[in-house]
Ligand binder design. Structure first.
Ligand code: ADP
Ligand code: MG
Length: 302
């Protein structure tokens, strides 16, 4: 029976849904912490040690979480994912996609390069530079947000409406990420579109208690129909970032146009599942296991 490693330190609801979907397709899944994996670079055996796989490589790797840590630890954990892919194991999303999107600076850069609408953004490390940019933009009548480069779920974001607010401006781990604040008009909301294998499969509107519309910050989810334009934008963003699947955050400007604000390579879908008709775990399992059986995989293995 094919056996899949689900990379996570906190399996929870998502892990259980995935394992159930794998089992329904004749595959077993095992939870694996990246902290327990190792590189074995002697001459015999497989080069990546994955606990629970008896010295074999998994048939596929589904990444549900990458643990934090020191810079060395984080790089090493990504090394494991890179090495598994290079050893011929399908990794979903792979380390390259995770690197591109876990880092908001690189995501913004790649979206801009691909011509995907995204808010004006500046990333720098020098305080004088950050203050000069922020002062200029606030004087020009824009509001700004600052975000941690590796933040998630709405943690650590700040909003600045006037020059006096810049007293609060601090770098996050040494880096300033500044972005035009997008006024969405009436009550605060944004959209999350879930894209699998290039296609938007579900979408929701998230209405925040504050301007932060993350489910983790208490936002209410409601279903939205798969609007052609919203879906097309999300699909273009995922294509630009070259990912197997993603959760795309999109904000609608008060005047009606849309901007992509974030693309998540390890998105949660519990909130989305509560309001959408499709079974997201089933769709993910179907797409991922198809990839594990694709001819390219057999060629690499051979
Ligand atoms: N430029 C912006 N203008 C207005 N609201 C924003 C902007 N950027 C982010 N937000 C709000 O903050 C939330 C979190 O931002 P996001 O960039 O998605 O980071 P996180 O990784 O924390 O989810 C978004 O869902 C949105 O509601
Ligand atoms: Mg987000």
């Amino acid at each position: 029976m094919p056996c899949i490693a689900v990379i996570t330190d906190d399996p929870g609801w998502h892990g259980a849904r995935l394992l159930r979907a794998f089992a329904a397709r004749g595959c077993c899944g095992r939870y694996v912490s990246l902290t327990a994996c190792c590189l074995n670079l002697d001459t015999g055996g497989v080069p990546v040690g994955v606990p629970g796989f008896s010295g074999e490589l998994p048939d596929g790797v589904f990444v549900r979480g990458v643990p934090g840590g020191t810079l060395d630890e984080v790089i090493f954990h990504l090394d494991i994912l890179h090495a598994l892919r290079l050893a011929g194991v399908p990794v979903y999303n792979d380390a390259r996609a995770i690197e591109r999107t876990v880092d908001k600076g690189m995501t913004s850069f790649l979206l801009r390069q691909a011509g995907i609408p995204t808010p004006a953004t500046w990333v720098c490390t020098q305080r004088e530079q950050a203050f000069a940019i922020a002062t200029r933009e606030l004087h020009a009548g824009h509001r700004l947000v600052s975000k941690p480069l590796f933040g998630s779920q709405g943690a650590g974001l700040q909003c600045y409406a006037k020059p006096d607010d810049l007293m609060m401006l601090e770098p996050c781990n040494g880096v300033y990420y500044l972005q035009h604040f997008i006024d969405c008009g009436d009550a605060s909301h944004d959209f999350r579109v879930f894209v699998i294998n290039g296609q938007a499969v579900a979408a929701m509107r998230r209405s925040g208690l504050t301007w932060l519309n993350n489910v983790a910050q208490g936002a209410q989810c409601e279903t939205v129909r798969l609007d052609k334009f919203l879906c097309g934008l999300a699909e273009s963003a995922v294509r630009a970032l070259d990912m197997h699947y993603a959760g795309v955050d999109i904000i609608r400007h008060a005047e009606g146009r849309y901007s992509v604000i974030e693309v998540n390579s390890v998105p949660a879908w519990k909130g989305l599942q509560s309001v959408c008709e499709v079974d997201v775990a089933e769709l993910l399992a179907e797409d991922f296991l198809g990839l594990c059986q694709a001819p390219a995989r057999l060629e690499v293995a051979g």
